[in-house]
Design a protein around this ligand. Structure first.
Ligand code: M6R
Length: 410
């Protein structure tokens, strides 16, 4: 049932091309860029008149919600609030029947998320669900569900469900934008075309021929180029061999698996991905890890940096998007602040970015995509890094201590 993989988590990481394709399929037109969502009891009129979207979710699904906020606000110009489901009802939320509640949950059975949904309904809001399990509890109370077609997820650490949630959120954001008239037909078509390229890009990162072919953990994707600075050994420095992504992460695991702490940095929509990278690592390897907004480092956490601290920086950019380029430039300065204090930076960057590899000890490259779609690609090396570190530390990857796949108590 693990299809030849050592762990469900690795199998599920490799199933992401198909999960993304299946979550998109039938919902977008590649001819017109139009989005078609399954029948909902929320009318287009309700969506046009919505005052805001209130997202509530837990753990990895909450990270997807944070990224979804960037997608919905940018494309549909609709304010989005994101709450931890476990906190939502304890802050006496302000009733707003024009606010639409959005619950994001892989299992659809998480008690905190169901409680947040009940609170939203009690305050007069309609609710939508993004859920991976057809017929789950959350879908029974929702006025509409976008099913993530990731297939059953067995590993406690969520991987393919997360990237499928990001995909569903992107499709929903596009739909809202189209209904509310905040996006041109041309931009819609461009984004839908780019969305349709993601399964192929993921497949090449994971060295899978096509989303339909069974995957292998070995690949021929992005190169690792240990740069000329910092603690790279001579052998590492000379190495220009293009290793497959999974092998690159395995190599990073060899170098860093004994670290006591890890920091993950990102800006804008990449910040939730930094949080997700940190959660994956702590959950399965038991290493203390924190995700931080890159720009906040100087307000305190810079004090943590020394030569023993690995800092994973998401430093991707969409060259066609000026705000993305600006963010990237600021992130480069943040990286320089880390390297100046001898922190050991592992950068996640866009293929072909040689500027970054000059600055940092390790660079992992991912394919180019529009800013709002980059998270779906950049989380993959973070999943693989956590996986290989956990394996090296002898941890139970699929069933980490103290955790359950579905948390049905509040
Ligand atoms: O089923 P849900 O998406 O509602 O679960 C929420 C969290 O419990 C879940 O994402 C958890 O954080 C994962 N183990 C993270 O990998």
């Amino acid at each position: 049932e693990k299809a030849g993989y050592k762990h469900f988590m690795l199998k599920e990481i490799n199933e992401q091309p198909r999960a993304i394709r299946d979550t998109t399929l039938g919902r977008v037109s590649l001819d017109t860029g139009k989005v078609f969502l399954e029948a909902m009891q929320i009318s287009d009129e309700d969506l046009r008149n919505a005052s805001q979207i209130t997202i509530a979710a837990c753990g990895t699904s909450w990270h997807a919600g944070l990224a979804g906020k960037f997608m919905i606000e940018r494309l549909a110009r609709l304010p989005v609030e994101v709450d931890y489901a476990s906190e939502y009802r304890y802050r006496d939320p302000i009733a707003d029947p024009r606010a639409i509640g959005l619950l994001i949950t892989q299992s659809g059975e998480t008690a905190d998320t169901l409680a947040a949904q009940a609170e939203l309904i009690a305050k007069g809001s309609k609710t939508l669900a993004i859920c991976n399990v057809v017929g789950a509890a959350v879908t029974r109370k929702a006025q509409g569900t976008l099913t993530t077609n990731a297939g059953p997820e067995i590993g406690v650490a969520s991987t393919k469900a997360f990237t499928a949630q990001l995909t569903a959120l992107f499709v929903l954001a596009l739909h809202l934008a189209q209904v509310r008239g905040t996006i041109s037909d041309e931009e819609s078509l461009h984004l839908v075309t780019e969305l349709s390229k993601l399964p192929g890009k993921l497949a090449s990162m994971l060295n899978i021929n096509s989303p339909d072919a069974p995957g292998s953990s070995e690949g021929v994707a992005a190169p690792i180029r240990p740069s000329t600075r910092a603690a790279a050994s001579d052998t590492e420095r000379r190495s220009t061999v293009r290793l497959p992504l999974s092998a690159q992460c395995e190599e990073l695991a060899r170098l860093f698996h004994t670290s006591d702490d890890f920091l993950f940095l990102g800006r804008g929509i990449h910040y939730p991905i930094a949080l997700e990278g940190a959660l994956k690592l702590k959950e399965i390897s038991y290493i203390h890890a924190e995700g931080y907004p890159a720009g906040e480092m100087k307000h305190g956490p810079n004090a943590l940096i020394d030569e023993s601290l690995p800092v994973v920086c998401i430093a991707t950019k969409d060259p066609n998007d000026p705000s993305s380029v600006l963010k990237y430039e600021k992130t480069l300065s943040n990286i320089q602040e880390v390297t100046a204090r001898s922190g050991r930076v592992i950068a996640i960057a866009i293929e072909g970015d040689t500027e970054i590899s000059q600055l940092v000890e390790q660079t992992i490259y991912i394919p180019q995509a529009p800013e709002l779609l980059l998270p779906i690609l950049e989380v993959v090396p973070l999943q693989l890094l956590a996986y290989h570190i956990a394996v090296r530390r002898g941890c139970d990857v699929d069933q980490p201590r103290n955790l359950a796949k579905s948390v049905t108590v509040e």
